[in-house]
Write a protein that binds this ligand. Structure first.
Ligand code: ZN
Ligand code: ZN
Length: 340
């Protein structure tokens, strides 16, 4: 099969590789579409370490092409998405009642083991979720990041009536926006550097948008909240600067959700006194622990719109261009998909 194999920093090659062989509990998925995630870009740029050679791509949809001997709940032709994180089930964290994805033997499809920038992918059947027949498979590739956002909203504990700022209007920020709206926020402010993204944020339910190139976001948020700041600020960029903006925009007693994934070596400088003085609650959010089923339901309900977030679709042969467009955010790029 054809696959895009990463051999080292910025060394992505289109190659013919063997189609994966299944074990008894696995299925083979014929990939329909795979999203380029910030994580893929971090690994591609060398900001996150992983073993190479590897096929990246963990946000995908497809159709079951083959099933292992023990697989009974899935059949050839089923449209599916899959949770990329694979837990061992027997380590310390896997056996905690509130088990998260801190599995000591965690593998992640497209991050530590071969992923979906390829024609086929194999994965444990237990990780696979059926989606409704007829659900658009390109939109379905966004269910994985949506599942991560569901975790973020759980962690941030949005309450009905909250005033919320979302720092960043990329694909993640725009999904968080829609989830925060569903959760009953009374006012949502979104910030970004790109007007095209902010326009989309308005269309998807943001009450106010702030372009941080033109306006000081902290001042602007204070101006919209009688000088107090928001109840909840969600950082959806993955940069220390954005975390600081979010923190400063939060009211005393408020909650700061650090959702974006910063480069591994980035450092956040903060005055601890400012955290004390605000009695700030800080939450973070790690991957998608058992939020996939709810993400499938939300996507299927149509209550969160995924289609407007897809800005580009490339063929697998065009993966270099696809990564360039995603990395440099060319042509108003939001979510870039690759189709084998
Ligand atoms: Zn991702
Ligand atoms: Zn484990």
């Amino acid at each position: 099969m054809q696959a895009a194999v990463l051999h080292g920093v910025r060394d992505l090659r289109l190659e013919d590789v063997p189609t994966p062989k299944l074990s008894a509990n696995e299925v083979l998925i014929k990939i329909n579409a795979t999203g380029i995630c910030g994580t893929d870009l971090h690994i591609y740029k060398g900001e996150w370490k992983t073993n190479t050679p590897i096929i990246l791509g963990h946000e995908f949809s497809g159709v079951i092409a083959e099933t292992g001997h023990n697989v009974e709940n899935l059949k050839v032709g089923d449209p599916v998405v899959a949770e990329p994180n694979i837990l061992c089930g027997f380590c310390y964290f896997c056996r905690m009642s509130d088990r998260n994805y801190f599995c000591e033997n965690l593998e992640a499809t497209g991050v530590t083991i071969d992923g979906a920038f390829a024609e086929y992918l194999k994965i444990k059947a237990a990780n696979v979720y059926k989606i409704p027949e007829g659900f658009n498979l390109e939109e379905a590739a966004l269910i994985e990041p949506l599942a991560c956002c569901v975790r973020g909203i759980d962690q941030a504990k949005i309450r009905a009536g909250d005033i919320v700022v979302i720092v960043g209007a990329g694909p993640i920020g725009l999904m968080l926006l829609q989830l925060v709206r569903q959760a009953g926020a009374s006012m949502i402010i979104q910030t970004d550097m790109e007007d095209t993204r902010l326009k989309l944020a308005s269309e998807l339910g943001a009450d106010y948008t702030i372009n941080i190139r033109r306006e000081d976001p902290v001042k602007a948020v204070k101006g919209l909240t009688n000088g107090y700041g928001v109840d909840v600020a969600i950082e959806a960029v993955g940069s220390p600067k954005a975390i600081t903006q979010a923190m400063k925009a939060t009211r005393r007693g408020g909650r700061l959700s650090i959702f974006g994934v910063s480069p591994q070596d980035a450092v956040w400088e903060v005055k601890p006194f400012d955290l004390y003085d605000k009695e700030l609650t800080i939450t973070t959010s790690y991957r998608s622990p058992f939020t996939f089923q709810r993400a499938v339901r939300i996507a299927s309900s149509g209550r969160v719109k995924l289609k407007p977030l897809i800005s580009h679709i490339f063929k697998l042969e065009e993966i270099h261009r696809a990564f360039e467009v995603a990395e440099k955010r060319l042509e108003g790029a939001i979510k870039v998909l690759v189709k084998p």
